[in-house]
Design a protein around this ligand. Sequence first.
Ligand SMILES: CC(C)(COP(=O)(O)OP(=O)(O)OC[C@H]1O[C@@H](n2cnc3c(N)ncnc32)[C@H](O)[C@@H]1OP(=O)(O)O)[C@@H](O)C(=O)NCCC(=O)NCCS
Length: 162
Amino acid sequence: MSGPIHPPLCRVDQIMEVMQAAFDPAWGEAWNRRQIEDSLAMPNVFVLLVDSSGDLVNADAGASGLAAGFVLARHAPGEEELLLIAVRPEFRRRGIGEALIRQLAQDARARGAERIFLEMRENNPASSLYHKVGFEPIGRRKAYYLFADGTRMDAITFGLSI
Ligand SMILES: CC(C)(COP(=O)(O)OP(=O)(O)OC[C@H]1O[C@@H](n2cnc3c(N)ncnc32)[C@H](O)[C@@H]1OP(=O)(O)O)[C@@H](O)C(=O)NCCC(=O)NCCS
């Protein structure tokens, strides 16, 4: 008899599993469990989770297996902010990140948003993905990020009309 490979995971578990696999600790960009729990408790924060086929995981349906990626966004009148996007390294370059953003754009529009914004450290390779789906750089905050080794990096703001 074959049992599940992983014990059932709740939505926060699924997000944290991807978070720990996806973010390079050197940048200190991963959120901790408390930050995720607090943000998901807000009525205007939304998460999309996908499995390794890029299909949406219905997180509200209860516990499930490992997710391959997620995107987290916060709604405000007329706009949404993409807070975090991550895909496990072993599932990258298969279109999962792109599918997550396109689904987010569709959902955000249905929620009444006309623009999506995000902020990233300059030189993050994720910028190629953002450009591919139509985001445009609209601002720069000089030396916005401070890293553990004392170096600073600019933040680039991107915007996408949806
Ligand atoms: C950024 C990230 C989510 C992309 O996920 P992904 O599933 O690999 O993205 P996709 O496969 O949908 O990429 C679509 C396109 O974006 C571009 N792209 C994505 N990742 C890229 C990279 N590392 N380098 C160059 N181009 C890249 C490519 O044009 C790619 O199309 P192609 O594979 O046909 O060339 C993933 O690399 C990741 O989790 N990174 C670590 C977390 C992070 O930094 N998140 C952003 C800040 S919150």
